[in-house]
Design a protein around this ligand. Structure first.
Ligand code: GLC
Length: 512
């Protein structure tokens, strides 16, 4: 009998649905494609999968612009396909989490369409955030807020009113002071819980409420921001927690929460709120033992069961981030080494599709194939996130590399011929096999190690951590370091040199 709930130490695999596997030949991944690849995920050894939005959407932001929260977009399949996927995932021993997008809907959502056609001050407009220009300044935005995707956060309507969109203009922000909004999201949560989902990833979880009067600001994600992490948002998650707890089977929620500090982050995971929140400080840390140690210390001080994540569909893949200022081959070596540190730490770990194949960011996508609104709203000044969203290479020696019977919505590079899942399955030294071995080792140790992490003495550029009899060693420096005392090496991310840990290498060591 397990003593801790599953999410406490789960390994969750993020599926960016449009780029995972395509069953129809339209070049876009779908639910049936995922279903056919469940054996691969079970073999990989993850505990759960998280699906990015597959709901009805005009796809202005890859589906994070939802027009109907309680239906599947025909691009991705049907509700029947979803039910089949849940059933099959459970048969494979995999939990399934879905993305919920409460900060904003699509402009095509029926509520927003009604709001557009309703007058100023109407109940229809009250479900979103409509405002007029400041007194005496006609034609001026209601305040100075900027869209996360570039440009102002306001769009003006022909009648002179503006609506708020913290992201693209096709993503109007909801008014979370409106009880209808709160009620409708509870209905949506119930809808998917009733269909058997094991939990939710909450998009922009620190948005939702905005400060009264919508004052100007230049503050980032800090606690004093009028945009992010307002105190009222916590009441929403208390209600959601109550709902989740009313279902059997440990349903869980993880928030996408960007904050300035681990203390602010910890507020979201108080016992009556979310189960988890993403800990992006780990992902944001550079390749440095000092930086890693600072993040790990701050996180574990603030939260008993944190999360760890190195890549997702919004950031440059860590193989590429870690290669900055280093030899290109260092990126993969460091990514593999960092995985061992991440999987060692107490709490749960989130993997992003393709990292198990050692995929890098595809930086040279031509402008005409790019789709991320970030690229367009910044006139190309920011490349956007398409480079980490290129459809996965499964098999074969030429595009679409088994992605599906047709093409791919973004072009795949030629060098992926050597990185397909098929090719790596045939090579015991591949990154895929390294991930499988690391995940298997973590499973074997699960439940046998204390959550408390201690820091054995280590050279300045290395990170030695221990949990009971297991030690994790990581060398972020340029010289080999002597391994700490141990009886056995359980796994290493690259070859060891006798008792020395080479640069850009990690290892798990056991004391009997
Ligand atoms: C989150 C998602 C991102 C999306 C944004 C707006 O940050 O992860 O992909 O663009 O929210 O919904």
């Amino acid at each position: 009998m397990r003593e801790t709930p599953w999410w406490h130490d789960a390994v969750v695999y993020e599926i960016y649905v449009r780029s995972f596997a395509d069953s129809t030949g339209d070049g876009i991944g779908d639910l049936a494609g995922i279903r056919a690849r469940l054996p691969y995920l079970a073999d990989l050894g993850v505990d759960a999968i998280w699906l990015t939005p597959f709901y009805r959407s005009p796809m202005a932001d890859g589906g994070y612009d939802v027009a109907d929260y309680r239906d599947v977009d025909p691009l991705f399949g049907s509700l029947d396909d979803f039910d089949d996927l849940v059933a099959d995932a459970h048969d494979h021993g995999l939990r399934l989490m879905v993305d919920i997008v409460p900060n904003h809907s699509s402009a095509a959502h029926p509520w927003f369409q009604k709001a557009l056609n309703a007058p100023e001050g109407s109940p229809e407009r009250d479900r979103y955030i409509f405002r007029s220009s400041p007194a005496g300044r006609p034609g001026t935005e209601p305040n100075n807020w900027l869209s996360v995707f570039g440009g102002p956060a306001w769009t003006r309507l022909p009648d002179g009113q503006w609506y708020l969109h913290l992201f693209a203009p096709q993503q109007p922000d909801f008014n979370w002071n409106n009880p209808e909004v709160r009620e409708d999201f509870l209905t949506t949560l119930r809808f998917w819980l009733d269909r058997g989902v094991d939990g939710f990833r909450i998009d922009v979880a620190m948005g939702l409420h905005k400060a009264e009067g919508l004052p100007d600001t230049t503050i980032g994600f800090g606690a004093r921001s009028p945009i992010w992490s307002r105190p009222e948002v916590h009441q929403v998650y208390r209600e959601w927690r109550e709902l989740l707890d009313s279902y059997p089977g440990e349903r869980a929620a993880v928030g996408e929460v960007w904050t300035d500090s681990a203390e602010d982050l910890a507020l979201y995971v108080r016992p009556d709120e979310l189960h988890q929140s993403f800990n992006f400080a780990w992902l944001e840390a550079p390749w440095s033992a000092t930086a890693f140690r600072a993040v790990i210390d701050a996180t574990l001080t603030a939260m008993p069961a944190p999360t760890w994540v190195l890549s997702n569909h919004d950031v440059v893949r860590h193989t590429t981030r870690y290669a900055e200022g280093a030899a290109p081959s260092a990126g993969l070596a460091r990514a593999r080494a960092a995985l061992l540190t991440m999987l060692f730490l107490p709490g749960s770990a989130y993997l992003y599709q393709g990292e198990e194949l050692g995929l890098t960011e595809i930086k040279d996508l031509p402008p005409e194939v790019r789709q991320d609104p970030v690229f367009f709203r910044t006139q190309g000044a920011m490349p956007g996130r398409d480079g980490c969203r290129v459809p996965l290479p499964w098999s074969g020696t030429a595009p679409p590399y088994g992605f599906g019977p047709g093409g791919t919505w973004l072009p795949q590079p030629a060098h992926w011929a050597g990185l397909t899942a098929e090719r790596q399955t045939a090579d015991p030294d591949s990154t895929l096999w390294f991930y499988r071995r690391a995940l298997a080792a973590r499973r074997t140790l699960r439940g046998t190690l204390p959550d408390t992490v201690t820091w054995p003495d280590s050279p300045a550029d290395a990170l030695f951590l221990s949990r009971g009899r297991l030690i994790s060693a990581l060398n972020c420096g340029t010289e080999p370091v002597r391994l700490p005392p141990h009886d056995r090496v359980l796994i290493s991310s690259g070859p060891l040199d006798g008792a020395l840990l080479p640069p850009d290498t990690g290892a798990w060591l056991l004391r009997d």
